[in-house]
Design a binder for this molecule. Sequence first.
Ligand code: PLP
Length: 394
Amino acid sequence: MKISQRALAIAPSPTLAMSSRAKAMRAEGKDVISFDVGEPDFPTPENICRAACEAIAAGQTKYTPAAGLPQLKQAIVQATARDLGLEYDPGQVVVSNGGKHALMNIWESIVDPGDEVIVFAPYWVSYPAQIELCGGRAVVIPTRGEDDFQPDLDQVRAAVTDRTIALLVNSPSNPAGAVFTESTMRGLMELAVERDLLVISDEIYKHILFDGRRHLSPAQLGEEIKSRTILADGVAKTYAMTGWRIGWLIAPKEIATRAGDIQSQETSNPNTPAQYAAIEALTGPQDSVQTMRAEFERRRDYLVPALNAIPGVRCPNPGGAFYVFPDLSAHVGRTLQGTPIATDLALAEYLLEKALISTVPGSAFGSDGYIRFSFATSMELLQEGVRRLREVLG
Ligand code: PLP
């Protein structure tokens, strides 16, 4: 069977692989607790669901312009001004089938074979895969839990070559919930200007921030940065709308136009009723955003000290998102209940088999020795999961 080199080079998303294994075990009747999920455990707010039903009832079930409904682009521009104080033109927006698709449109619009993009590890699993699908190369800069996952600017500077076209930031991040400090962000942006790099800022977790933090987008650091920054965002995490598949990019006009052209050939518009739901999400009442955020913070406040109380677990305090990313390297290399644990993957498999908790190993995100735990699950299940973890790591 003829398979392209491109297809052969792609590995399936390891986060999805882990959750399908956990699902299969659950189908066998095993009481598996999911710490692997990347989506809020809350239902989509009712007003948003209603807006989609009303759109269907009103016959809004046909194609829209390929880059999205003008009203939705307007809502995105207004929400970006409201939330970040950033002004854009609706012509700079392309609405896609989720943030993941928006990011793919970005790479397809800017990456040529051989181009390099600076990516920080731990990284969201799809970044390197998407960049490579476009023939580019993700140049990975490691960060460490003990530095709160802030990159070393000298290391970043040393990694920039003549082939580097862009720098990718994701704050708050998946998988670490890491939030870049203002000085990290400023240092990176000075470098971007100095080396004439584009900046891709994945802001999908920007509304899930803790300890009173306010989101800092690189585009807020001045016109020079804004004019070279592409924002990727979506409704999935903020409004518990993962299944609706609406995301967007906001880019300099030349790039947005190309991305819209690419989308018009590849997929056309994203789902029409879902676009109407997204308008309601962005322009309707925002209190559910705050309610979900506060609940995530309550869970984090339980989980971080509870994990740190387990011997051999070092858990940094995430500033946002709904993940913790503890360093469990003290357990790698041990033999636990007769099982040799050679890697973080073996450790995640051991946790699934013996403790019935599904997690994602750090190596999937480019950071060996760590394990990602999502706290998009109830407090009761978090407490039971921690109890099981303590038991099997003891
Ligand atoms: N960016 C990050 C960092 C994510 O974690 C995700 C989803 O897990 C996405 C983008 C894509 O979100 P979606 O395609 O569901 O809008």
